[in-house]
Design a protein around this ligand. Structure first.
Ligand code: PHE
Length: 324
């Protein structure tokens, strides 16, 4: 009985013994023919036999049901069964900041240009109106590879390289690595990333720069970002300005991220210096333009709320998972 093939064969067994004219039923009916003193004992024996049989039938029915489930599971795909999640990883926060920034400019018609990390002294300095006595030209501040060539200290050389190859108007962004001889600490790394922007055409002014940067920071940090220009100096822009944006940590009220000022410094900018336009073959009487350079690590750190740049380069998967 325990290996009954289906419900029908179990039912046959039940009817054969316990049905209306089943074998046990008939025996029970014949109790009346026994001498009265023997009847209670016979009744008990029959009841016990019935209970036994019913228990065996129930066991057999359960065994049958579980064999049938087993068979069904082997031949069907259970689409409700929870799936395993493969470990897919994620974009690194630096890569993500770079792609988000480039995406913003690409949608506005800027071309993305990649330069070489090994640059000549001429494009890194001279063409950018950086005089021979500028401190960055010292071997102590830059990584020279050979006389006249070094690891670029900023992405700005691509301004001149691009203008030399393309007549105005020109609208580019340059994402990439730059190198400086800075000791590693919570805010400095000898290798870091920038995104450079350059727009040169007739009638371009600082108002255009402010509007474009405001849009960028709103895309990167949220809809209430503002831009603040602080007067500054770069040899290749005139006038020049440091670029700040509202601290996304506190919305401008002041917090630990912004050192209480409500603003975070994010890059440098200015109107392209006439000497740079001329060096690139452009006529400063015909076109004007602006340029900016923004720190990618700074963007990533603020967005991910980390206060040590080294966290971005250690690449501990547990930390990157948290950042993602
Ligand atoms: N190249 C400058 C830097 O690395 C930033 C900058 C870019 C400033 C373009 C003005 C215009 O600090």
């Amino acid at each position: 009985m325990a290996d009954a093939r289906d419900d029908a064969s179990l039912e046959n067994v039940r009817v054969r013994f316990l049905g209306r004219s089943g074998e046990i039923t008939n025996v029970r009916r014949s109790i009346g023919t026994l001498p009265p003193p023997e009847r209670p004992e016979a009744g008990k024996t029959i009841n016990a036999a019935v209970a036994d049989l019913e228990a065996s039938l129930a066991d057999a029915a359960r065994a049958l049901a579980s064999r049938e489930l087993e068979r069904a599971l082997q031949t069907t795909i259970d689409v409700t069964f929870p799936g395993g999640t493969p470990n897919t990883g994620s974009l690194h926060p630096i890569r993500r900041a770079m792609e988000d920034a480039c995406g913003y400019f690409e949608r506005r018609g800027f071309a993305v240009v990649l330069g070489n990390e090994i640059e000549t002294e001429y494009y890194n300095f001279d063409a950018l109106n950086i005089p021979a006595d500028h401190p960055a030209r010292e071997g102590l501040d830059s990584f020279y590879l050979a006389p006249g060539s070094l690891l670029r200290t900023h992405t700005s050389p691509m301004q001149v390289r691009t203008m030399r190859e393309h007549p105005a108007p020109v609208a580019i962004v340059v994402p990439g690595k730059a190198y400086r001889r800075d000791a590693i600490d919570a805010r400095h790394s000898p290798m870091f990333h920038q995104i450079e922007g350059l727009l040169v055409a007739p009638g371009i002014h600082l108002g255009h720069l402010k509007g474009v940067l405001e849009g960028l920071f709103r895309e990167l940090f949220g809809p209430r970002q503002a831009v603040r220009f602080r007067p500054s100096f770069f040899p290749f822009t005139e006038p020049s300005a440091e670029v700040d944006t509202t601290c996304p940590g506190c919305g401008g009220g002041g917090c630990r991220t912004c050192g209480g000022s409500g603003w975070i410094e994010i890059g440098g900018s200015g109107m392209v210096h006439p000497n740079v336009l001329r060096e690139s073959g452009y006529d400063p009487a015909q076109v004007t333009g602006w340029a900016f350079g923004v720190g990618i690590e700074r963007i990533a750190m603020v967005r991910q709320d980390v206060d040590d740049i080294r966290v971005l380069f250690e690449n501990d998967p547990r930390v990157l998972a948290r950042l993602a």
